[in-house]
Design a protein around this ligand. Structure first.
Ligand code: NAP
Length: 309
């Protein structure tokens, strides 16, 4: 029987499905270290997620590891270079979550601009009878800048047509055949944008890509939306820009040190804060589980994962 090391718990349904079909060692339970020491030679597959990742140190401890099968798209927490160096395959679950993550990005655009969460708090806390809210920012007809026009970025762009928005984007390279305008300079894209939506991958290559200069270019009327990874935005610079009024607002699903959210962000009225729920719908999480199982099965049957990173 294949021996699988599962790094962290996913849904109950998933954990049961795994345990029913395979011998699973649970890395998050007590005694995991001893289990690994005892079974290191037998573990040939690691199952993990974008959140739990897989370090080079762990890979090194598993001499017969052949595949890392991950739940989610982002793989910045998996040491892919260490895996590649040993010909260990790595898979993720792309595409099946594009719609839900893009829906949430659009939800954040509308919420941040139109103050939906703030207005809800205003009603619930009984403030309505004693006054009104400040006027909000219009969404329709505005300029939408996308940082990372990949699978999710493209889906966000598609959502904008119902809002009569203009779209431009910044990637390292232009997307061949794209109908959207390419901007090779991120600062120029930020200057042009009313809303700047970040949908590129996390990791070292994009760390603090959205820095003080980009935030200043977006400006006092601009709104930043981040649904990619917290590492992409210089969080202290973001907090400073918001406090000093150099940035108009922010809608965030991800943070530099999750689940820690800076108190300064919590205190600000022009910020919408979500707890990393981009793909968290019943339908999408089920589709992600199915794709993870399909990758696992493909690897066991044919020695090759379906959606390699
Ligand atoms: P994707 O299809 O690989 O698209 C990523 C895009 O980012 C590509 O167009 C790429 O173009 C661009 N990019 C990469 N490095 C860049 C850089 N340094 N500067 C500018 N653009 C850059 O990935 P995806 O499936 O759309 O997913 C994107 C990310 O969303 C994931 O990596 C994950 O971290 C995040 N995500 C978050 C949630 C959530 O719950 N909030 C859920 C799912 C995914 P070039 O290569 O040409 O630069």
């Amino acid at each position: 029987m294949t021996c699988i090391l599962q790094i962290g718990p996913l849904t109950e349904r998933f954990n049961h499905g795994m345990a029913a079909e395979h011998e699973v060692l649970r890395f998050w339970e007590e005694g995991a270290e001893a289990l690994i020491a005892q079974h290191a030679q037998r573990i040939d597959i690691v199952v993990t997620s974008g959140r739990f990742g897989c370090t080079a140190g762990l890979i090194e401890r598993l001499p017969n590891l052949r595949a890392i099968i991950s739940f989610g798209v982002g793989y910045d927490a998996i040491d892919v270079a260490a895996a590649r160096a040993r010909d260990i395959q790595v898979s993720n679950t792309p595409d099946v979550l594009n719609d839900c993550v893009a829906d949430l990005a659009f939800g954040l655009i509308i919420d941040t601009a139109r103050q939906i969460s703030r207005a809800d708090r205003f009603v619930r806390t009984g403030k309505w009878p004693s006054g009104g809210l400040p006027l909000a920012v219009r969404v329709s007809g505005k300029r939408l800048g996308i940082v990372g026009l990949g699978r999710i970025g493209e889906t966000v762009a598609k959502r904008s047509t119902g809002f009569d928005m203009q779209v431009r984007y910044h990637n390292r390279r232009p997307v061949e055949g794209s109908a959207y305008g390419y901007e090779s300079n991120l600062i120029e894209l930020a200057k042009w944008s009313d809303f700047l939506v970040v949908t590129c991958p996390g990791g070292e290559s994009t760390r603090n890509l959205i820095n003080r200069d980009v935030l200043d270019a977006l400006g006092a009327k601009g709104i930043l939306i981040n649904i990619s990874r917290g590492s992409v935005v210089d969080e202290p610079a973001l907090v400073e820009a918001l406090i000093e009024g150099r940035l108009g607002g922010a809608g965030l699903d991800v943070y530099a040190h999750e689940p820690k959210v800076p108190q300064a962000l919590i205190n600000l009225p022009n910020v919408v804060l979500l707890p990393h729920i981009g793909s968290a719908t019943e339908e999408t999480r089920l589709a992600m589980e199915e794709l993870l199982f399909a990758n696992l099965r493909a690897f066991l049957e044919r020695g090759e994962v379906l959606t390699a990173v």
